[in-house]
Write a new protein. Structure first.
Length: 249
């Protein structure tokens, strides 16, 4: 399947259920990186604009670059109120941005869909001198019991499941920078009520849809996971926001 089509029809549930990124990361960006008031960010694979909005709230100018029409339109509806927001129909290998036009490139929860070499070439083209790339993930704690249970469910019902975030790893992210990157990590655990948890599970690109034959059974087993691990109507999912920050050689 064309990766740009994987989230067709999922924009609304994605925007509603996906977590934002830990506030501590933005404190780190503001205090530890060479970010000026007029700095320009290109958020590639920006989806419904979750990470873009957090950058905009810091006062930065942001090009939100997204190839999926459904996701991009939702971002435009949500973020058009921000003066620094610009929506761009583009992808990892062709952002449609001018040469040397941005100070920072961010990729939040999307790098696993990219052609790494083509993306690296595009980064070199659009980054200004001494520009930085920041790859960000909300990584699950794979040792958590609720995460193991969900992984078992994914393997049972979702043949395209190759691990959360398509099996992306610390090693793959570091390899993009040839190992020359700073890593920032902070807790971002999420608490969900029943519907919030169901929505989060259904928002994945490989999740069954209501039209699928086994959907009713699938939904029942999602509820069973919630019932097993919830406490007083809330399930806590251990998550860490991790950022890989470096230059492209």
């Amino acid at each position: 399947m064309d990766n740009t089509k994987r989230f067709d029809g999922k924009g609304e549930i994605y925007a509603k259920s996906r977590p934002s990124y830990a506030a501590g990361l933005f404190d780190h960006i503001k205090s530890r990186l060479p970010v000026l008031e007029d700095s320009v960010f290109a958020d590639i694979g920006s989806g419904t604009g979750i990470f873009s909005e957090q950058l905009l709230n810091c006062g930065y100018r942001v090009y939100a670059v997204e190839p999926n029409t459904d996701m991009r339109q939702i971002a435009e509806e949500r973020l058009s109120k921000y003066k620094g927001f610009t929506s761009v129909d583009g992808a990892d290998n062709n952002t449609n941005l001018p040469d040397q036009s941005v100070n920072f490139i961010t990729v939040a929860q999307a790098f696993h869909w990219f052609d790494a070499e083509a993306f690296k070439k595009e980064c070199k083209r659009i980054l200004k001198q001494n520009g930085l790339v920041i790859i960000v993930y909300n990584f699950r704690d794979n040792q958590a019991a609720c995460t193991k249970a969900l992984a078992d469910l994914r393997r049972k019902y979702n043949p395209e499941f190759h691990g959360f975030s398509n099996g992306i790893s610390d090693e793959k992210c570091r390899a993009f920078f040839d190992g020359n990157c700073e890593t920032f990590r902070v807790d971002n655990s999420q608490n969900y009520d029943r519907q919030g948890y169901i929505n989060r599970v259904l928002s994945s690109s490989y999740s069954l849809r209501e039209s699928d034959e086994r959907y009713t059974e699938y939904l029942k087993e999602i509820n069973m996971i919630f019932d097993k691990f919830a406490d007083n109507g809330t399930i806590t999912v251990p998550i860490y926001t991790i950022a890989y920050i470096g230059t492209i050689i």
